[in-house]
Design a protein around this ligand. Structure first.
Ligand code: FE2
Length: 285
């Protein structure tokens, strides 16, 4: 397996985001989409009422979310339910995401996540003992999928020294119309100024600490990609996406790698392995 070229590695290091064209075969893209369809078909929305919104963080007090790190759980758009809690649209349209352990619990997602070619990318980036966390599928459905506000992924999965890398696989073409990624090149050279931490002993289970800088519009660059491409996202690069105002879906599968050698994973992170278990290592599969 080839991994990244020197030019690609340099671009990732200087910009904090890299598009690797044609990383997945069309068969792999189809397999992921079919696996997603099957999971949703089998899901009873009345049993999975976690509502996910990055705008108002309604999930912050939600144990459903906190316990999802080693499960497959379903998170709906804020507008999916009426005041009485009834679903007001079909369940496919209503979903924001599902996760956060698709990479260990579903065969098609696991095969791609731990594939030789993903391992080769990690080795190109000189990861010694990476673990995979937070395997999730993002729906961003037409007309419903909300915007994701600017953030660094390391806000949510903090480690020291910072080693987080996101692997983001578009399962549909991601365009300016359906809410592709945007990022600020070079912003990964800044510090992590906002943290999302779990709290102990109180009614409130999670909170944000600190504030993010605000970047002017002129510094943001769009990253439209085709299904099957791979986008590598540095843990500290600021990125965002707009709402999907088009008539086409913008599905994506994503997981994160973190270095376990010489690096401390914060015990304040929302996602912790269950008592007595370890995070799954990328190279051991
Ligand atoms: Fe992100």
């Amino acid at each position: 397996m080839s991994g990244l070229t020197e030019e690609q590695i340099n671009k990732f290091r200087s910009e904090g985001l890299l598009v690797v064209p044609g990383f997945l075969s069309q068969d792999e893209v189809t397999a992921i989409k079919s696996a997603c369809t099957q999971l949703v078909q089998e899901m009873d929305p009345q049993k999975h009422r976690g509502i996910f919104s990055t705008t108002n963080h309604q999930q912050a007090s939600d144990t459903y979310f906190l316990e999802s790190g080693d499960k497959i759980r379903y998170f709906f758009e804020a507008e999916a339910f009426d005041r009485e809690g009834n679903l007001v649209m079909d369940k496919f349209s209503a979903l924001n995401k599902m996760g956060h352990s698709l990479h260990t619990l579903q065969d098609d997602f696991r095969r791609i996540s731990f594939s030789d070619k993903v391992q080769a990318i990690a080795r190109s980036l000189e990861m010694k003992e990476p673990a995979i966390v937070q395997g999730m599928y993002i729906f961003k459905q037409p007309g419903v999928g909300g915007k994701v506000t600017p953030h660094q992924d390391a806000t949510f999965l903090y480690n020291d020294p910072q080693s987080l890398v996101g692997f983001w696989f578009p399962i549909d073409d991601a365009t300016l119309k359906n809410g592709c990624l945007w990022y600020v090149p070079g912003s990964h050279k800044s510090e992590v100024t906002r943290r999302f931490v779990r709290l102990q002993g109180g009614e409130k289970l999670l909170e944000f600490r600190g504030e993010d800088p605000v970047f002017p519009d002129s510094e943001w660059i769009s990253a439209p990609v085709n299904k099957g491409d791979l986008v590598l996202i540095h843990g500290k690069v600021f990125h965002k996406s707009e709402r999907n105002a088009s008539s086409l879906p913008r599905h994506a599968y994503t997981f994160h790698t973190i270095e376990m050698e010489g690096c401390t994973y914060s015990q304040e992170n929302w996602l912790l392995p269950p008592e007595g278990k370890e995070l799954p290592r990328l190279y051991s599969q």
